[in-house]
Design a protein around this ligand. Structure first.
Ligand SMILES: C[S@@+](CC[C@H](N)C(=O)[O-])C[C@H]1O[C@@H](n2cnc3c(N)ncnc32)[C@H](O)[C@@H]1O
Length: 255
């Protein structure tokens, strides 16, 4: 999956800014005190990591991601974080060495989500918190849903990450409880994504990053134009500003 997240700047325009916005709601809900040690699994280009630093004043934060391109962008931000290349199921962190471990928009990209959560639990001290959020692929609203649904109308199978099941609240709860976490809670996080024009909406959502943008950028030009026109026609604002809801599911539990 790291090969489809190969451009940190493009990721920022496609998704980083929406992860940040959802991250505000998630961090308010997590409600942990300042001065803790954090682990950000699948930190990507550091968009959410920066929000943690700004809003939660951690004593330390380690970001882990398999994509060197994402990590290079994260490091270039100059935030007070340590960024390491690794997979969610092999975290380069000692046992019981952090207080909070989080996965922001990552769980559906990990082939074995329960193994990732068990690995996060290994790293977190007793009494610490493990949380995650992911777009709700089953619900009607997520970034890219309009383009994805239009593709489906054109007979093209949806371009999803491998484990969209792990983004459901019931599945999140099941994974968290199976890992032995207590006081497990889930909830929905709703944001609005906004674009100044249809052209900006189209360009932002079809950058060759992530499953959907990578697929659309490789489409035959005539088909891509057809898709673009169908999407434009589906929007009431035509070429004007675009405003669409995006819903995520979140989970948290205690070690
Ligand atoms: C949608 S991005 C989320 C990035 C960041 N957390 C954010 O909120 O903007 C998904 C990230 O998961 C990473 N990823 C994919 N497979 C992974 C795995 N097995 N372990 C850890 N991270 C993974 C990708 O490289 C990518 O940076």
């Amino acid at each position: 999956m790291s090969q489809i997240f190969n451009d940190g700047a493009a990721y920022e325009r496609l998704m980083g800014r929406w992860s940040r916005k959802t991250g505000h709601l998630f961090l308010d809900w997590l409600d942990v005190p300042p001065g803790l040690d954090w682990l950000d699994v699948g930190c990507g280009n550091g968009a959410f990591t920066e929000e943690v630093i700004a809003r939660c004043q951690p004593a330390s934060i380690v970001g882990v991601d398999p994509s060197e391109a994402q990590l290079a962008f994260a490091r270039s931000r100059g935030a007070a974080a340590t960024y390491l290349q690794s997979d969610a199921t092999h975290l380069p962190v000692a046992d019981a060495s952090v207080d909070v471990a989080v996965m922001a928009l990552v769980i559906s990209f990990v082939p074995d989500p329960p193994a990732a959560v068990r690995e996060m639990k290994r790293c977190v001290r007793k009494g610490g918190v493990i949380g995650a959020y992911m777009w709700d692929f089953v619900g009607p609203a997520r970034p890219g849903a309009l383009i994805s649904n239009t593709l489906e109308q054109m007979g093209v199978a949806p371009q999803f990450p491998p484990r969209i099941d792990a983004a459901r609240q019931d599945m999140m709860r099941e994974i968290w409880e199976a890992a032995g976490l207590t006081d497990v809670e889930t909830r929905e996080l709703r944001i609005t994504t906004e674009f100044p024009s249809f052209q900006d909406f189209w360009e932002s959502n079809t950058l060759p990053v992530g499953p959907l943008g990578t697929f659309v950028s490789k489409m035959d030009e005539a088909k891509r134009e057809e898709l673009k026109e169908r999407v434009r026609a589906a929007l009431p604002s035509g070429d004007g500003p675009v405003s669409l809801p995006a819903w995520a599911n979140a989970v948290k539990g205690q070690v």
